[in-house]
Design a protein. Structure first.
Length: 192
């Protein structure tokens, strides 16, 4: 089979061909799906370099999955890829120190070495953040406050709210995304 014929195969056949040792089949899958994965991540992260890095992570994950024969050969590779992409994005948030991970995020006013301008800026930021959080539905507000004020882990929050941990995580990350978008739309600056 020549390269042109391989490139025209559907995803399932390309996966099978790759698993039988044809590396060009993976190249075809990569070229076919790269832009969709990248655009999806770009939309989620709003950051070019982070999107590029995460796209590579996604395809490394796919490659490992194929090499270890963990992929069960479905006709819906694009759905699998989208799920893996979203999971990779969530893992990057979880591992990131950039997005609301400091438990003192809302009220970090006790630093005595800062000048009065910094204290006022932090107070203003805290008040504006509370206003932003108040735009969320009550249940999502509760999740945010339990996580940041009470320093609770998601497992404990799920138990307290009598909900599945995955539901809590989903609502938490969608809340962070909404807060980020709202903050961007209102030219909100976070205290440094």
């Amino acid at each position: 089979m020549n390269r042109e014929e391989i490139a025209n195969l559907n995803d399932r056949k390309l996966i099978s061909l790759f698993q039988s040792g044809n590396n060009y089949a993976f190249d075809c899958l990569y070229k076919r799906h790269y832009q969709n994965v990248y655009r999806y991540l770009r939309n989620l992260t709003r950051h070019k370099e982070k999107s590029e890095d995460l796209t590579q992570d996604v395809f490394c994950g796919v490659l490992i999955c194929f090499k270890e024969n963990k992929f069960m050969g479905t006709d819906f590779f694009s759905q699998y890829l989208r799920s893996l992409t979203y999971y990779t994005f969530l893992q990057s948030i979880k591992n990131s120190k950039e997005i609301l991970t400091d438990c003192n995020f809302f009220e970090n006013m006790a630093d005595e070495t800062v000048n009065i301008e910094q204290v006022l800026f932090k107070k203003e930021t805290t008040n504006r953040l509370k206003c932003l959080v108040s735009t969320l539905p009550k249940k999502k507000q509760e999740i945010i406050y339990l996580h940041f004020y009470d320093n609770k882990i998601f497992k404990d929050i799920a138990e307290d709210l009598n909900a599945a941990q995955t539901t809590i995580l989903s609502q938490y990350y969608s809340s962070l995304e909404k807060l980020r978008v709202t903050a961007e739309n209102t030219n909100f600056r976070f205290a440094i």
